[in-house]
Design a protein around this ligand. Sequence first.
Ligand code: TYC
Length: 100
Amino acid sequence: MSAPDEKVQERVRVKKQEPELYKVVLLNDDYTTMEFVVTVLESVFEKSPAEAFQIMMHVHTNGRGIAGVYPWEVAETKVETVSGLAREAGFPLKAITEPA
Ligand code: TYC
């Protein structure tokens, strides 16, 4: 027989490190079509058509708006994806990251 306190696993609550979150902010411009922005919001940021339209209109009206909030590497990748799609399509659409 083992001592009473052997084999007893202590439950240690380990605080998990939360990943630092960043906003991906979409910027308005005068040349990118509304349709293209909606498509980007749906395909890159996984928004529903209704939400994508709402965010696009918010950016169009206010100059900028949050497309999503992600851990740093994901946010950076989204920004690069937007930049690549915009370049291919010949639009100046720009997204930036900001600490959330
Ligand atoms: N302002 C653009 C237009 O009138 C539409 C637009 C919306 C562009 C959002 C960029 O992030 C943007 N065609």
